[in-house]
Ligand binder design. Structure first.
Ligand SMILES: Cc1cc2nc3c(=O)[nH]c(=O)nc-3n(C[C@H](O)[C@H](O)[C@H](O)COP(=O)(O)OP(=O)(O)OC[C@H]3O[C@@H](n4cnc5c(N)ncnc54)[C@H](O)[C@@H]3O)c2cc1C
Length: 401
């Protein structure tokens, strides 16, 4: 284990509130003002600054809560994880630059990886030594992931990979790709899929960044041209790939970035503060129309908190998240998209003569609105979540859906 994380963490036996208080005290004392998006000293942090911040959080016991101690974790439960997430959401800090590693790659490596892979990858993820990307979607396989074509062919003790991925978030900075491939043909559908941990510096990998609506290049096309990886890069057995992918997707939809409703609430508080700080914007807070819309958002945030708490209870009771993840995904994406649209509208009249807080809020909510357009697409589109809910949760007949 590369880091001494045996800092004086509170004993969870003393109650989750003690752990939550530890998280609150530490975050309030240590988060620099220039990383608080609602602070006037805010400036966009660099990747190195974000990484340093996340490493400090880990060393303070605020990351890797549920991971076993032998792999660098703190060996605690989902309730401590949730307690910390509530405090993370309470401050408008930078989003994790390593959430694919910590919340998607890490858990699946823990579930299907061998001992050597767990020892190699897990402490390095928590120690911010490497970043991961998720190579699932392809040009003809998004919602219908089972149509993916990227092929892996065994060649003695190694595998030869050919194909293309698209919309791969963080590919340009990633050290490893959690790559989903097929060993057979497209007609095999869910069978014959294989997952790999592919080092992104392997010869034959080409990353072509894609510019998104918010003018960032946060995702990319990734081409695999005769990429050869050793058998040790294989995560799980050749027929296990689909089951692993489904597991990753259910984590992505339900338990990844669990802080969301608490963060949305902080954003809403920020919107109201920014409006109050400005003579023109504050008039909107007296308007019954906006009052009703704000109340609706608050209600949705409360519902979302309930869904998150229920998911944690289910996981603690040993239940699979399964299709229930679709309900949470649908809810957080639609709730935040509607809220971001409202915030953009309420800050529309901001001008250079508006209060500094209102001007900063306008920048923040413009970025939030643009990114929210993608929230109902990534991790599975709204239409697909509705299908899953109709068929697997409500058990409606297929011809009605
Ligand atoms: C910001 C962002 C980041 C992403 N990051 C990653 C990443 O890191 N790794 C990764 O692998 N992928 C990533 N994706 C890709 C994402 O998972 C896909 O875009 C998504 O699954 C949809 O697939 P698609 O784009 O191929 O659209 P399609 O599947 O072609 O869908 C097109 C439209 O048809 C609708 N549709 C499709 N099937 C049905 C159906 N059965 N019933 C009703 N309507 C349907 C969809 O809802 C959508 O409106 C990212 C996407 C975005 C926007």
């Amino acid at each position: 284990m590369p880091y001494d994380v045996n800092v004086n963490l509170p004993d969870p036996q003393n109650g989750r509130h003690v752990y939550r208080q530890h998280a609150r005290d530490w975050l309030h004392a240590n988060l620099p003002n220039q990383m608080r998006a609602n602070h006037l000293d805010y400036r966009t942090p660099t990747l190195a600054e974000c990484s340093e911040w996340e490493l400090a959080m880990y060393k303070a016991g605020l990351a890797g809560m549920t991971w076993p101690k032998p792999y660098g974790g703190h060996g605690l439960g989902m309730r401590e994880h949730l307690a910390v997430n509530k405090e993370i959401g309470a401050l408008l800090m930078p989003e994790s630059v390593s959430s694919i590693g910590k919340e998607l790659a890490g858990p699946i490596i823990m579930a299907v990886g061998n001992e050597q892979q767990k020892n190699k990858f897990l402490p390095a993820i928590l120690g911010m030594e490497n970043y991961w990307c998720q190579g699932f979607s392809e040009p003809d396989a998004g919602s219908d992931l089972a149509r993916l074509r990227t092929r892996a062919v065994q060649d003695g003790q190694s595998w030869r990979i050919n194909g293309q991925k698209i919309w791969t978030s963080g590919a340009a900075k990633a050290h490893y790709c959690l790559l989903l491939t097929r060993t057979g043909t497209v007609a095999d559908a869910h069978r014959g899929m294989l997952m790999f941990a592919v080092p992104m510096n392997t010869p034959g990998i080409r990353v072509v960044p894609i510019r998104s609506i918010d003018n960032k290049q946060s995702f990319a096309e990734v081409f695999f041209d005769n990429v050869v990886v050793p058998d040790e890069a294989r995560l799980g057995e050749p027929d296990q790939g689909w089951a692993s992918a489904v597991r990753v997707l259910s984590i992505e939809r339900a338990t990844n970035r669990m802080y969301r409703p608490w963060r949305f609430e902080s954003e809403l508080r920020y919107l109201v503060q920014a409006c109050k700080s400005d003579a023109t914007l504050s008039l909107q807070l007296q308007d019954a129309h906006y009052q009703r819309l704000i109340a609706e958002v608050l209600g949705q945030i409360d519902n979302l908190k309930g869904l998150v708490e229920r998911t944690v209870d289910a996981v603690m009771a040993g239940q699979e998240i399964g299709s229930g993840g679709s309900l949470t995904k649908l809810y957080w994406s639609e709730c935040h998209q509607a809220f971001a649209a409202l915030a953009l509208k309420m800050t529309a009249s901001v001008s250079p003569s508006s209060s500094p807080m209102a001007q900063r809020a306008r920048q923040f909510f413009t970025a939030a609105y643009l990114f929210s357009r993608a929230e109902t697409i990534y991790a599975g589109t709204t239409e697909v979540q509705l299908d899953v809910i109709a068929q697997r949760i409500l058990k409606l007949p297929k011809d009605l859906t």
